[in-house]
Each structure stands twice: as structure tokens, then as C-alpha cells.
Write a protein that binds this ligand. Structure first.
Ligand code: PGA
Ligand code: ZN
Length: 439
């Protein structure tokens, strides 16, 4: 019998893609297997997320994590040593109880999620399996449809434009690697277009081009042009996916745009977005309304859910109970899955399972503050999420995750199946029965 007892838990401070401190954790088991993980960090966060513990004060703009690292090395380590890594739910539950707050504010969401992920990595290592294979447990899995940012905006580009992510998806590709090939061509074409116009200004937080545009529509026009210039049919080979991240500029049913300074009520804002859906080949839209506007989400899904995937991110914060409620309310068709929003691997998995049980699509996602940690590449494949969102096609904290998926696709060999268009979930595909009753 492999000894999967946790023998040591060690935290250290490392740095993320924005040059900010974050928490890395090493876990060692009785059999000698080790696991390592690093906490990512968001910028446009839902108010219901697990919160990171930051030190405040002068150093690094108050963002240091020495207290979170100390929490790993003192309380968390003392609590976990002796527990069995085979029982992830017990390990995660012990940390949640030890923290004692509803939002992980005492020990830190960063300390807890890094530890939870490191325990999972160690458990897979004890089995001598890559994590994706350990998680798949012998089931058939699909390579996810990637959503890849071409232009960054919103909170990731100093609010230069309102919409946060202007992404593409390649539903017409036949494999994950082909989807990346096509994306590389579109990214290249978009950069060349920006250069010709004299508006190439480097990249935003997730590696998408800095959005030097006068309007949100101008970006959408440019994106369609880039898809065409790269030789693809917009909407068929390559489609657009948006993350509006509307909680950043919407509150109490009022949406205030930075571009032009206009204010819109929910219904007006919905009709602006609806106009985009009619004009551009947009197949997926995330957080079109703000997190405090569930009625807006319901209206939007009723109007457009049949032809466009509607994703909840800040709205649901990877919380299983919220996912189940939103499914019953027909407020969306898919759910973004971010481990550090939920707080632990167990809670993340429960949110994913709740979404699947309700017939919703699932998209495992990175944060805007990332690192070389590629665990989400394994979660999106091993859990058969169907979709994967990492940011752009530049900067190694992003490319490391796309590249890891290439290795997984290669390892699957002839069994590799690409989710492609079927990874997307529209309202018509969700069985009434699966949504459950409104509680
Ligand atoms: P964040 O952005 O990591 O800054 O929250 C990612 C997203 O909104 O999907
Ligand atoms: Zn989002």
C-alpha cells in the first residue's frame, strides 16, 4: 500500500506575472511523493470570492503575503500533518474549519488554495500518474475548446476600454493543437493590423494587445478583420468570445461606461450587447451583467441563450450552491471554474459537478495574475470541462498552460478527442429536467 499520509507542508513566497508576491506550497507524503502549487490572483473579482491574505503596509503596495506564508508553515502545516492525501475532501474541510471565516480571510484564500492544490498534486504523484490521468480515473476525456484573448481591456488595461476580454475560439478546428495553430495566425494578424495603424502599444495583463481603440465596436471590427486576414471564416472556423466583466462598471442596475461616460439601465445595456450579438460572430459571452443583476442575467439568457453561450464568473464565483440556483433560474448556460474563487480543490470540483449535473457548460479558467503553475491545464482536461480559458497567446505564464495541454493531447494519442464546438453549451442543449426546481 502506498503511504499517502501528509508528512510535511511547506510554504514560501514567490512572485506572480504582475510582479506581485504570492504563495507557493510544497507537500510531501509518507511514500516520498511530493506536490507543488502556486496561488494565482485576480484583478476583477467577484464579491463572493475567497479572499487572499495580504500584509498591507508599505512594502509592495501592501500586497505582501508573509502572513499567508506563515499561516501555511504554522497553523495549516500543524493541522494537515498526519491526514491522508487520499481524502482530499477531509483535508480541504480541515483547512476550511481551521480558518473559520466564510471567506478565508483569517488564514488567506491564497494560503489555502495553494495547499489544497499541492496536496492533489502529491496524491497524483504518489500514484506515479500525471495529474490529468489521475483525475480522469480511466474515463474518456476531451481536449477542451480554448478561449484565447486577442485584445485585453477592462481592469487588465487600466479601463482603457470597458469590455475586459476580446477572445477567439476555434470551433471549426479538429484538434486542440490545430486550435492553437489558428489562434497563433489570428494573434499575428491582429498585431500586424495594430502596427499598420500605428496603435501597437504592447500588451495588457493577460498578454492580449493593449486596446488602443476609440470604442468597443472598433475592437470588434478589428477582431473580425484579423480573423479574415488570417484566412478563416468568422463564426464558422473562428468565432468571438467576450468577457464583459460587467461587475466592474455595473451596480444597482446602472452600467456606467468609461468610454464616452454614458450610463445605461439594465434593459438598455442588454440591447447594446444584443446589437453586438446580431452584428458580430460572437458565440460566447461572460458576465454580460453585473453580479448584483440576476434578473438581467435571466432576461439576457431568455433573449440570446439559444445562439450564444452565456457564462457566469463574478456572478457565481465557482460556488456550487450559486450554480444550482442560477441553473434553476435559467440565468445562464455555462459556468467559469476558478479554484481560487472557490477556495479549495474540493469546492471547485463541487461547483463543476453542480454545473454538469444541471446541464451547463464548464470552463476552467486562469486568473489575470498567474505563474508557471500549470495545474489548471490538468483540471480542464482531467475533469473533462470541455472549455479552457487562460488569457492570451503571449507571455509564458499563459503559454506554459497551452503547451501543457499539447503534451496531454500527445499523451492521449489516438484516444485524443477535441471538444470543439460541442464544448460550448447553448440554452437549447440543456434538458429542462437537469436544471432542477427553483428552491
Ligand atoms: P481576473 O480576470 O483574474 O482579473 O478576475 C479573469 C476573468 O474575469 O475571467
Ligand atoms: Zn471573467
Amino acid at each position: 500500500m502506498t503511504d499517502t499520509t501528509i508528512k510535511s507542508v511547506f510554504g514560501r513566497r514567490v512572485w506572480d506575472s504582475r510582479g506581485r508576491p504570492t504563495v507557493e506550497v510544497d507537500v510531501r507524503l509518507g511514500c516520498g511523493a511530493t506536490g507543488r502549487a502556486i496561488a494565482p490572483a485576480g484583478a476583477s473579482m467577484g464579491s463572493g470570492e475567497a479572499v487572499d491574505l495580504r500584509d498591507g503596509g508599505k512594502a509592495f503596495g501592501g500586497l505582501d503575503v508573509r502572513r499567508a506564508v506563515a499561516a501555511v508553515n504554522e497553523e495549516i502545516s500543524a493541522c494537515l500533518i498526519g491526514l491522508d492525501a487520499d481524502h482530499q475532501e477531509e483535508v480541504d474541510g480541515a483547512m476550511v474549519r481551521l480558518d473559520g471565516t466564510p471567506d478565508r480571510a483569517r488564514l488567506g484564500g491564497n494560503a489555502i488554495v495553494a495547499t489544497s492544490m499541492a496536496v492533489l498534486q502529491a496524491r497524483a504523484a504518489a500514484e506515479k500518474l500525471p495529474l490529468w490521468l489521475y483525475l480522469s480515473g480511466g474515463r474518456d476525456i476531451r481536449m477542451p475548446l480554448p478561449e484565447i484573448q486577442i485584445f485585453g481591456g477592462g481592469a487588465h488595461a487600466a479601463r482603457r476600454v470597458d469590455i475586459q476580454d476580446f477572445m477567439i475560439m476555434c470551433p471549426g478546428a479538429t484538434s486542440f493543437s490545430e486550435a492553437l495553430d489558428w489562434t497563433a495566425e489570428v494573434y499575428l494578424a491582429a498585431g500586424a493590423l495594430m502596427k499598420e495603424r500605428g496603435s501597437l502599444r504592447g500588451v495588457a495583463d493577460e498578454g492580449g494587445y493593449w486596446p488602443a481603440f476609440g470604442s468597443n465596436e472598433e475592437i470588434l471590427d478589428t477582431l473580425v478583420l484579423a480573423i479574415e486576414r488570417a484566412g478563416f471564416k468568422p463564426g464558422e472556423d473562428v468565432a468571438i468570445s467576450l468577457d464583459v466583466a460587467a461587475s466592474e462598471f455595473g451596480r444597482n442596475g446602472l452600467y456606467t461606461l468609461a468610454l464616452g461616460g454614458k450610463k445605461y439601465e439594465t434593459d438598455e445595456w442588454i440591447s447594446i450587447l444584443g446589437g453586438w450579438l446580431e452584428t458580430y460572430p460572437i458565440l460566447s459571452i461572460e458576465d454580460p451583467l453585473s453580479e448584483d443583476d440576476p434578473k438581467g442575467f435571466q432576461t439576457f439568457t431568455r433573449l440570446y441563450g439559444a445562439t450564444c453561450q452565456i457564462i457566469g464568473d463574478d456572478y457565481l464565483v465557482t460556488n456550487a450552491a450559486r450554480v444550482t440556483r442560477a441553473a434553476a433560474d435559467k440565468a445562464l448556460t455555462a459556468v467559469l471554474i476558478k479554484p481560487n474563487q472557490a477556495g479549495t480543490i474540493t469546492e471547485t470540483r463541487k461547483a463543476l459537478e453542480a454545473a454538469k449535473a444541471a446541464g451547463l457548460g464548464t470552463i476552467v479558467s486562469a486568473r489575470s495574475g498567474e505563474t508557471e503553475d500549470v495545474i489548471i491545464s490538468h483540471l480542464s482536461t482531467g475533469w473533462d470541462a470541455g472549455q479552457f480559458k487562460v488569457g492570451s497567446f503571449a507571455r509564458s505564464e499563459r503559454m506554459a498552460k497551452w503547451n501543457e495541454c499539447l503534451r496531454i493531447e500527445e499523451a492521449l494519442g489516438s484516444r485524443a478527442r477535441f471538444a470543439g464546438r460541442e464544448g460550448l453549451v447553448f440554452a437549447s442543449a440543456i434538458p429542462e429536467r437537469a436544471r432542477g426546481e427553483r428552491r
